[in-house]
Design a protein around this ligand. Structure first.
Ligand SMILES: Cc1cc2nc3c(=O)[nH]c(=O)nc-3n(C[C@H](O)[C@H](O)[C@H](O)COP(=O)(O)OP(=O)(O)OC[C@H]3O[C@@H](n4cnc5c(N)ncnc54)[C@H](O)[C@@H]3O)c2cc1C
Length: 379
């Protein structure tokens, strides 16, 4: 099996690289952060990205998308990871579009997917309730009423939840917290009565929100997928999301490695380039090996999902564990090898570490996925 990109994917990657480097370099995130931008990204730029087809990659052609796969959006996410582009690819183009494409009725797809593909409709998955990722720890209650449900509870870390036009809310219709059975996904309009959205300031200056639901009325038409059996859809979304975050982390890892090696080759100390010291060469070689391993496993994980390969959840967990651990290693080493300037806000290297910290815990950190892999393989 060859773990290299196809010709089309390489082309897509080059286009994405050129676009984000020109329009959303790291300084773009810094500007948005420094002026406390209410949206956290430029809607005009998201529209441009959507015109390039990025928002519709996972959307079937009949609903305005291109019906491509996770491997294709993966190469775009990788390039966004390189420049820390704060755009709603994960929330809307991966999680939101997949939720509708995999679980939506024809009416739901007709109503929302064309707008998503055009970059007009934003979606957010509201699943997590606790600080640590635990997929079935869902307490948000959906009480059945005569003509629908009433939602009450809270969600945290809702990516792009502060600007989403529709929230995809994971609620409990039966069973108890921690159980896989008894979950139902709902499409909720955040402007509905009883929904309270508050934006959170994350360490990586990216966009997330906490959302409160107080007796929010939804109808049976708002159910996404099968009532009470929502975990099947949720698992598929988490699998896609996990592979997608791995791709973004991969881009970040490669960028930090490249910048660090460049620094080692340019910074003079004791009359020589610091990269001539063996102590630093060894550390750089170690980083290089981890970067390459991260690259191979991430490409494999994206493909495993596209091919619906049996036991793909193991490959996805291996990818997330590897990219999370490598991101930790590479950003720590990168910052340290930049010496004193790495500590300063003026230098970009530290911003990568901040993004890595948030991305590592999104959909489970290295420890979570090593554990998941061990359980899945019978350890
Ligand atoms: C917030 C802060 C607090 C600090 N507090 C103190 C303090 O209390 N006391 C103090 O003495 N210093 C302090 N420093 C300075 C700190 O020790 C230096 O930043 C550090 O020694 C790296 O030097 P540099 O920044 O000039 O990096 P550079 O000299 O540019 O080195 C870059 C990288 O190369 C490594 N390196 C350089 N030469 C070699 C070599 N020969 N072999 C292997 N690796 C090498 C460095 O360790 C670093 O990782 C502080 C710095 C900061 C940012």
């Amino acid at each position: 099996m060859s773990l290299v990109l196809t010709e089309e994917q390489t082309l897509l990657k080059e286009t994405a690289a050129e676009f984000v480097q020109e329009k959303s370099p790291v300084t773009h995130l810094r500007e948005l952060r420094d002026k406390s931008d209410a949206t956290g990204f430029s809607r005009a730029l998201w529209k441009e990205m959507s015109e390039l087809g990025w928002a519709g990659i996972l959307i079937p052609e009949e609903y305005g998308g291109s019906g491509l796969g996770l491997s294709e959006i993966g190469v775009i996410l990788e390039e966004c990871g390189r420049t820390l582009a704060p755009y709603p690819l994960l929330s809307t183009a991966v999680l939101g579009a997949s939720a509708l494409a995999l679980g939506g009725s024809d009416a739901q797809k007709q109503a929302l997917l064309p707008g998503v593909a055009q970059g007009e409709t934003l979606l957010a998955l509201a699943h997590q309730e606790k600080p640590r990722f635990a997929p079935y720890d869902i307490a948000l209650n959906a009480k059945a009423t005569s003509d629908g449900f009433e939602l009450t509870g809270e969600k945290r870390f809702v990516l792009d939840g502060h600007v989403a036009d529709r929230l995809i809310v994971v609620a409990r219709t039966s069973g108890s917290v921690g159980e896989r059975e008894g979950l139902t996904l709902f499409l909720v309009d955040p402007s509905a009565s009883g929904v309270g959205v508050s934006r959170t300031n994350m360490v990586d200056s990216r966009n997330a929100a906490n959302v409160r639901f107080e007796n929010v009325v939804v109808t049976a038409d708002d159910v996404l997928g099968d009532a009470d059996r929502g975990a099947d859809l949720l698992d598929a979304l988490i699998e896609r999301g996990t592979a997608a975050v791995s791709a973004e982390l991969l881009g970040l890892i490669q960028e930090v490695f490249d910048r660090t090696v460049t620094y080692l080759k340019t910074r003079d100390q004791f009359g020589v380039k610091i990269g001539t010291f063996q102590a630093l060469k060894h550390r750089a070689a170690n980083m290089f090996s981890e970067v390459e391993l991260s690259k191979s496993i991430t490409i494999d994980a994206l493909r495993a999902v596209d091919e619906e390969r049996p036991f793909r959840e193991r490959v996805v967990s291996a990818a997330k564990a590897r990219t999370s651990d490598t991101a930790e290693l590479v950003t720590r080493e990168g910052l340290q090898m930049h010496g004193g300037i790495g500590m300063t806000d003026e230098e970009e290297i530290g911003l990568f570490m901040k993004r890595a910290k948030a991305a590592e815990v999104t959909f489970g950190d290295g420890g979570f996925h090593r554990d998941a892999f061990a359980k899945a393989t019978g350890f």
